[in-house]
Design a protein. Structure first.
Ligand SMILES: Nc1nc2c(c(=O)[nH]1)N[C@H]1C(S)=C(S)[C@@H](COP(=O)(O)OP(=O)(O)OC[C@H]3O[C@@H](n4cnc5c(N)ncnc54)[C@H](O)[C@@H]3O)O[C@H]1N2
Ligand code: MOO
Length: 659
């Protein structure tokens, strides 16, 4: 009862962060260690590095030629060269010359050689001739010419690198040039990562029914590394209070911070917060429930100044809340300055400018569609960016929900819908913020529309040709609208026109051209061996199944081309499962394969992949709609070339498509 109430009293994002930071303050690096030069990459310097030596350590020649006294060359020309006596000694690389360049003399010197006493310039060998034992100088040189004086790059005692700098290859090279073979850096904060849940299995293990792979552990471990921490992977713990408690105690002993994921909302297995309550030392739980989407069940806690965080189990929620609340703390413990923080506390992204994105050229973007938000929570919307014909950015919400494992990896950025705003209109402008680690870049080809494995074949071939592309999956109708608005180069569509009984062509209009794609055979899918379908004619089998009370179907979403096919076959019949509307061919395949439904309509490819029975109905055309205005772009031309190539057609046929 208590837990429910606490969870219901969600706190504002900024208030949650304030409590968390206050409990951990002051945030300072966890310690210092000395590491060898070869292990410094990515580490943060914990000392100001002053050079123990001059660089270069001697007056160095920058040319192959002759060390001279500049005034001996004044007035020299090809017609009237200055004659100098060539000294017997030549400067040897890596050695100090013994002789002195007296007036009227020259000493041969290589690039990088030590300038001998007496000389104050070097004449390039190209500007000299040898004659007997003499050097004829054909061009005058000013004093200092072609010489780098000792200590002019780095002077002995000069501070070249400062504490809190992150060491990249640029800095490590400088350390080497000063002769430093080891350096003091901040310790990486150790961050223990525990996954919890009876349904979680490690990648590589067989995936039983109802189980999912532990993706949070890996993305969190690598995100910890990216923030400058050292992950301490603690594996997967069952939903059992004693087991979670034991794992938590081990983690607290081994690390500077502990991250758990899952088990923080309201299900019977959501016991992690209770275990925290019973296990942590003061101050314990600071916030459980934050007015954020995604991320509401987030639990921020501290045990004696060690941060303990239960991230929501859903992958998008987990990584979003990690970057919002946890990554800045890891960076502070690692000695990495907050980008743009200027020492202040982390500003809410709702109020901070979209700096990173602006630097990359995407700042404000237009929404192509209206959006509803809950209003009561600050909502973060992951987007993919494209550009309209006028070069203005357009932000397509990814819309896969917090459970998605791909949304974060596909996002070019995100925008914030502040608490209290319930609706954004199509055409509204939003500020795009960068997604940690993503570097949105312009691509050669943007395809918006329905996704199909055939497109994977095409875009894969383009990629091998060096043509980059981006596919934004919004369905056929969304694709057609996007190409009409000039927001993409091409749209993959399969739109059925009931009036003409044909695909795609009836939907073309001014400024659009249709490029012939391929066919996908649609039909009834069922579990192989089911006598109600096996060996029968599709329409008749469906008609009969629809009258059989024990048979369960699965439907497609309204507006999809396949739904029209369902309705044609079923007429007025409403068999059990009619109201269940899956939104993809793959979902139909999964439902039938796993026995949640006995039949559905999908493309042959899906039946093949899942070993389902298949009764053909008709061929659906998947074509590309091209914006005429963009037909000349190299990406579009390459796409059309690929579509027309016999090799591609063969590859499509090999995947069960009709090309
Ligand atoms: N009745 C309510 N139910 C839920 C609420 C709510 O307010 N009332 N909140 C929803 C929200 S919002 C979220 S977010 C989720 C988060 O729940 P938990 O943090 O308790 O996470 P679990 O229930 O354990 O798991 C959710 C989901 O994530 C998967 N998961 C868990 N761990 C991992 C992992 N290591 N790698 C990949 N995926 C993982 C798990 O299998 C579940 O599918 O709760 C809503 N429910
Ligand atoms: O708040 Mo949850 O993190 O949206 O899915």
């Amino acid at each position: 009862m208590m837990k429910q109430e606490q969870f219901l009293s969600v706190v504002d994002r900024d208030e949650a962060e304030r409590r968390f930071r206050a409990a951990l303050a002051p945030l300072a690096p966890v310690g210092v260690e000395e590491v060898m030069l070869g292990a410094t990459l990515g580490r943060v310097l914990a000392e100001d590095v002053a050079s123990p030596v001059d660089v270069p350590g001697f007056d160095r020649s920058n040319m192959d030629g002759f060390a001279v006294r500049a005034e001996d060359t004044f007035g020299a020309s090809e017609q009237e060269p200055r004659r100098l006596r060539c000294l017997a000694e030549a400067v040897q690389m890596g050695d100090l010359p013994r002789g002195v360049v007296e007036p009227g003399c020259a000493m041969a010197i290589p690039t990088g050689g030590v300038v001998p006493r007496g000389a104050d310039a070097v004449v390039m060998v190209e500007h000299t001739r040898l004659e007997g034992g003499d050097v004829l100088v054909e061009k005058p040189v000013a004093p200092g010419r072609a010489i780098t004086w000792a200590g002019t790059d780095i002077a002995q005692g000069e501070v070249v690198l400062r504490a809190f700098e992150v060491l990249t290859s640029r800095e490590t090279g400088v350390l080497a040039a000063m002769g430093r073979d080891r350096v003091r850096v901040f310790l990486r904060p150790r961050v223990a990562i525990l996954s919890t849940g009876d349904e979680i299995v490690p990648p590589g293990a067989p995936l039983g029914a109802g189980k999912i792979y532990d993706s949070n552990q890996v993305i969190l471990a690598d995100a910890v590394r990216e923030a400058g921490g050292e992950p301490v992977p603690c594996g997967i713990t069952r939903d059992d209070p004693a087991a979670v408690r034991a794992a938590l105690l081990d983690a607290l002993a081994a690390a500077d911070m502990v991250l758990l994921s899952g088990g923080t909302s309201k299900g019977p297995g959501d016991l992690n917060v209770r275990v925290l309550e019973e296990t942590l030392e003061a101050p314990g739980i600071l916030a459980h429930g934050v007015a954020l989407k995604p991320g509401k069940p987030l639990c921020l806690a501290a045990s004696d100044r060690k941060a303990v965080v239960v991230l929501p189990g859903f992958p998008t929620s987990a990584i979003f809340t990690f970057h919002e609340f946890v990554a800045p703390v890891i960076r502070a413990l690692a000695g990495r300055a907050e980008p743009g923080a200027g020492g202040g506390s982390g500003a809410s992204p709702a109020t901070s400018p979209a700096r990173g994105a602006r630097e990359r050229g995407w700042s404000r973007a237009r929404l192509p569609v209206a959006m509803i938000s809950e209003g009561g929570r600050t909502e973060y919307v992951l987007v993919r960016l494209t550009e309209d014909d006028a070069g203005r950015a357009v932000a397509y919400p990814i819309g896969k929900g917090s459970g998605s494992v791909t949304a974060w990896s596909q996002a070019d950025g995100y925008f914030v819908i502040p608490r209290g705003v319930e609706r954004l209109e199509a055409g509204d402008e939003v500020d795009i913020l960068p997604v940690a680690g993503a570097s949105p870049r312009r691509v050669d080809l943007v395809v918006i529309g329905s996704h199909c494995m055939g497109l994977d074949v095409l875009l894969g071939r383009l990629s091998r040709r060096g043509i980059t592309s981006k596919l934004i999956a919004v369905g056929s109708e969304g694709g057609l609208a996007a190409v009409r608005r000039g927001e993409c180069d091409a749209a993959g569509v399969h739109l059925y026109d009931a009036v003409t009984g044909s695909y795609n062509a009836p939907f073309m209009g001014p400024g659009l051209v249709l490029a012939r794609g391929y066919g996908r055979l649609q039909g009834v899918v069922y579990r192989a061996g089911d006598a109600r379908f096996e060996g029968r004619e599709a329409a008749e089998a469906v008609r009969e199944a629809a009258q059989t009370p024990s048979v369960m179907m699965i439907n497609r979403n309204r507006g999809s081309g396949t739904r029209a096919l369902y309705d044609e076959l079923l007429g007025d019949a409403r068999p059990a499962g009619y109201a269940v509307e899956a939104s993809s061919h793959h979902a139909i395949g999964a439902a039938v394969a796993q026995g949640r439904a006995d039949f559905g309509i999908a493309i042959e490819l899906v039946a093949r992949e899942r070993g389902l029975g298949f009764l053909p109905l008709r061929e659906e055309r998947f074509d590309m709609v091209i914006a005429e205005a963009r037909a000349g772009r190299p990406g579009v031309r390459a796409l059309l070339e690929e579509l027309g190539s016999e090799e591609v057609r063969r590859a499509l046929r090999a995947r069960g498509l009709r090309a």
